[in-house]
Design a protein around this ligand. Structure first.
Ligand code: PMT
Length: 402
């Protein structure tokens, strides 16, 4: 896992050195970002030696930004762990303030965030800090600690940073629940069915939903193979393999070849596969002048059903999930596809709304299973992917609740 460790200015910063050591010992890749005040307590040299990577300290340092700028750092991270998290940094993050390298990295990242608060007990108890903590928890930020006890200032109460071993244990429990060890096959994007060398039948799928699923599953530890139709997206995660295809037949062939050589836990069909393809593909560009009539007929034949082929395969993954793009009776049509294609889940997608579904950044789905139905409200495709994967994971582990 790629972990950005953010260090703020507090006496507990010395404990963070040990936390970095523990992360490295347990096989994680660590990059450290220090605030100015953190450097008053521990030198960047300590963290450089322990993490094996240069430490980032300054948003305005040309060399540091050229090496691994805060945006690449934000994208690189699977998790951002801030330890110690001072009242100041915690509150800035809750309020969306980005005024230094650490807070801008947090703002620019969709990595999961964990905070290990450390501050005076009265500060921790203050209504302002508690309101910010509540806001962060609501946003799914993981809070570890603080511990209670004697503080560096002599006060006694809650506000001590938890011990590194305890933090690693709590984070390990969260990471363990994730997709690590699972192999996932996903289709994404449109398929393009050629008519002649310059024309094709296509659709408006951008691939964003399928790519978000691939990226989120990989971020949570899964090995992901993504078979993608032509889209303008990049997939940036070491746990992913990307196979480019153009037509439905090519997508079918690629998926079948994968099923022959790998044992997948999950298949997700997010691709908008063309149902029909031209019977004949002209080798030369079809000329208007060749047609005397004002009408032109292109004869089509049915494409193979890729997901039905996955569900019927001898190497059928434990979970096969399809998407159903519908413009009317969305849930009804989705339910009939679930049964007809022998799927475990279907994500009913109301594509009659322009702000969700095809080519938009957001989506909203009704996830229908054989025994339960879940509504995932309108949100970014990244967020929808996270929620969907959470439900599927519970299903795989046999702990699903409606
Ligand atoms: O790519 P985006 O712009 O982000 O948009 C996302 C999306 C709207 C494309 C996506 O969320 C979605 O709904 N994908 C499925 C679209 C679709 O074509 O649905 P369908 O009802 O035609 O097909 C049902 C299921 O069967 C799908 O899982 C599809 O991948 C699969 N299928 C369909 C036909 C076929 N020949 N083979 C298939 O595997």
């Amino acid at each position: 896992m790629n972990i950005v460790v953010g260090v703020c200015g507090g006496i507990a910063a010395y404990k963070t050195a040990h936390l970095v050591r523990l992360f490295k010992k347990t096989g994680h890749d660590v990059r450290v970002v220090m605030t100015d005040s953190a450097q008053q307590f521990v030198t960047s040299m300590t963290f450089q030696a322990l993490s094996g990577n240069e430490v980032a300290t300054d948003l305005w340092d040309e060399q540091q930004e050229a090496a691994m700028g805060h945006i690449s750092l934000a994208k690189w991270a699977d998790w951002i762990v801030i330890a110690p998290a001072t009242a100041n940094t915690l509150s800035k993050i809750a309020q969306g303030i980005g005024d230094n390298l650490l807070t801008t990295t947090v703002l620019a990242s969709d990595a999961r965030l964990a905070l290990l608060p450390a501050m005076n007990q009265q500060m921790w108890a203050s209504s302002a800090v508690q309101a910010n903590v509540a806001e962060l928890v609501q946003r799914d930020v993981v809070m570890i600690g603080p511990d209670s006890g004697e503080q560096a200032c002599g006060d006694v109460g809650a506000g001590r940073m938890v011990e590194p071993e305890q933090a690693l244990k709590e984070l390990g429990e969260i990471w363990h629940q994730s997709w690590s060890g699972k192999l996932v096959l996903i289709t994404a994007g449109p398929t393009l069915e050629d008519i002649d060398p310059v024309r094709f039948i296509g659709n408006r799928s951008s691939g964003k939903m399928g790519y978000a699923l691939a990226e989120q599953a990989a971020r949570q530890g899964a090995e992901v193979i993504l078979v993608s139709g032509p889209v303008a997206l990049k997939l940036n995660h070491p746990n992913t393999d990307l196979i480019h295809v153009r037509s439905a037949q090519q997508m079918m062939d690629a998926v079948q070849a994968q099923l022959e050589s790998n044992e997948f836990d999950v298949f997700i069909g997010a691709a908008a596969v063309a149902d029909y393809t031209p019977i004949q593909v002209s080798e030369q560009k079809i000329k208007k002048s060749e047609h005397v009539s004002d009408e032109m007929v292109i004869q089509l034949k049915k494409n193979p059903d890729i997901i039905a082929g996955v569900a019927a395969h001898v190497n059928r993954p434990q979970c096969v999930l399809g998407f159903a793009a519908e413009t009317q009776d969305v849930v009804g049509y989705a339910q009939s596809k679930l049964a007809r294609k022998n799927l475990d889940w279907i994500a009913a997608n109301d594509v009659s709304q322009s702000e969700i579904g095809f080519d938009s950044n957001e989506n909203a789905i009704t996830l229908i299973g054989k025994d339960s139905t879940h509504t995932i409200k309108q949100a970014s495709k990244t967020h929808v992917a996270k929620e969907l994967l959470e439900i599927i994971l519970k299903d795989l582990e046999g702990s699903i609740h409606e």
